[in-house]
Structures are given as C-alpha cells and as structure tokens.
Design a protein around this ligand. Structure first.
Ligand code: MF3
Ligand code: CO
Length: 294
C-alpha cells in the first residue's frame, strides 16, 4: 500500500483493531486511499488515523484540557500573574489524574503557555508578569491522560481592551470558525488554511507562517503540519480518523516574527504589534468532524 503499512488478505483481521475480517471492514476504504495516492494526492498514512478507542481516549483527555481552560476563564482578570495561571492549570490537571503536556516538553519549564499582547506563542508564565486592564492573553493548554494528548487555547481580554484589540481577538476566532467550516471528509487540508487566511486578510491582518496546527493524539505533535497560508485543493486528504489542531496566529501588523528571545521560547511579532491565537482540536469523521478540545 501507499503508506508501506499492512497489505492484508481479504480474510485477514483488519488493521483497525475492530477484530473483523479485512474484506468486511477497511478493504474498500483502503482501496479509496490507494486510488487517491495513485491520482497524485497526499494521503495520510493509515497509522495516523484514530479509530474509536483512541478517539474515546482523547475525549477523556480533552475533558480535562477544556476543564482547565474553563477554570482559568473563571478566575483570570486584572491583578492575576501568568505564574498564577500556570499553578491553576498545573494543579487542576494533576488533580484530574492527568499531566500538563508542556511541562518539560523539549525543556519547556512550565505547565502552560501564556502569551500576552505582542507575544505570538510559547510565552513562559512568570510570577513577575502581572496582567493589567487592556491586555490580551492567549492561554495554551495541553494535557496527557493515559497517553492521550489534547491541546487547545483561548484568548482572554483583561478588563476593557481597545476596540482594535477586541476586533483582532474576535476576527481571529471567526477565522478559526471559517477553517472549521472548510473541514470536509475527503476534502483537502489546504481548504482549511485558505479559509482562515482569507478571513484574516479581509480585515487587514496577517497570518504567521512559521507555526501552525499539527496532528495529535498519541503524541503531542504528529503529522500533518497545518499551515494557514495554503491554497484550496492542496495538501493532505482529510481522511476520516485524521486528528489535528487548527490554531492560527493572526497579527495586527506584519506577519514577520522574532524568535530571538534568549529564553529560547518566547516568540514575538517583529513589529511588536498585538497578535492573537485560538486553538481547537478535531477529528475528521465520515460526515464532518468532531470537536474534541476548544
Ligand atoms: N501548545 C502548543 C501547540 O499548540 C505547543 C507548546 S510547546 C511548549 O502546539 F513546550 F511550549 F509547551
Ligand atoms: Co497545538
């Protein structure tokens, strides 16, 4: 097969774990994948596809991830430090039997990413960083439960923010929603990025190119890379079972980013103008998608 994965006989047990015979299970599905590959399409390897047991595991992980973000939402405001947010996420996650995925990931020192104003992503929480009226902050939360990964992020506006920042936060969320609307089983991943980009661009914003969404489930970052500067009809086929995040970073100013912070993590806009990001995790289904974490 195209993915160098199992090539099964009709009466063999299917690769998907259903216990059924291949001919009664994924044989037609595999033929469709193989034909798409031969037609020149990018077809995700079957080992990336999540079957019902794995989806159920991710749902349990995502329930903790969403709960942690809801907990942050209920307490965040002026006078809170990003160090407080880190402790809330850490303690909530651990109390629910899970592990914060960022903690120790490639040396990341905290349990959550907190990115204020011109910080694009990967901001490191600190007790010295006080949130003040007018700030916008992305809280990016990721959870491991029983080996299953979930990942989502939200923007929070601290007190009254300027209309410009409010619009950036709102349009970025709308762009993500346009991306979700473009998810069609057997469609293309590039449709998603194109929809996100078009909406951001229509408001005069730019989209960060260097970072994007990613496959996820049994690992924090799996294939495919989910870019938000894509052309419709390009990229991987959205095969049912493909699980990934949609997480555009939208800049008020230029798209260029600055990755030179000495801490090795904090990414800023080059022009120091504000930036926003929302992130959801989905799995493609036979008739659309299931939202797992938001
Ligand atoms: N949560 C980020 C994402 O959406 C990844 C953060 S990596 C970390 O993919 F180490 F900074 F946590
Ligand atoms: Co992510």
């Amino acid at each position: 097969m195209y993915d160098h994965g199992p090539d099964l006989g009709r009466n063999d047990e299917c690769w998907c774990g259903s216990g059924r015979k291949y001919k009664k299970c994924h044989s037609d599905f595999d033929e469709r994948l193989q034909a798409l590959h031969e037609a020149g399409e990018l077809v995700p390897a079957r080992e990336l596809l999540k079957m019902s047991e794995d989806v159920a595991g991710v749902r349990r992980s995502a329930a903790v991830n969403v709960g942690a973000l809801d907990y942050v939402a209920s307490r965040i405001g002026p006078g809170v430090t990003t160090g407080d947010i880190d402790r809330w996420v850490h303690d909530y996650t651990v109390e629910h039997g899970a592990t914060p995925a960022p903690l120790g990931y490639e040396g990341f020192p905290k349990s959550v990413c907190t990115s204020v104003d011109e910080v694009v992503c990967h901001g490191i929480p600190s007790d010295d960083e006080l949130l003040r009226e007018g700030d916008i902050v992305n809280v990016d939360c990721s959870t491991i439960l029983d080996g299953y990964y979930s990942d989502s992020s939200r923007m929070f506006m601290i007190g009254e923010v300027t209309p410009e920042k409010e619009q950036l936060v709102r349009v970025t969320k709308e762009a993500l929603e346009k991306g979700l609307e473009a998810v069609r089983p057997w469609g293309h991943l590039g449709d998603v990025g194109a929809a996100v980009h078009a909406h951001a661009k229509a408001h005069g914003y730019t989209v960060v190119r260097e970072f994007g969404g990613h496959g996820i489930g049994l690992d924090f970052h799996e294939d495919p890379f989910v870019s938000f500067v894509t052309k419709p009809g390009t990229g991987e086929i959205l095969v049912p079972g493909l699980m990934f995040t949609i997480e555009p970073m939208v800049n008020m100013g230029k798209a260029r980013i600055d990755m030179n912070d000495p801490n090795g993590w904090t990414v800023r806009t080059h022009d120091r103008k504000p930036t926003a990001q929302w992130e959801v995790q989905i799995v493609v289904t036979e008739d659309g998608y299931e939202l797992l974490s938001w």
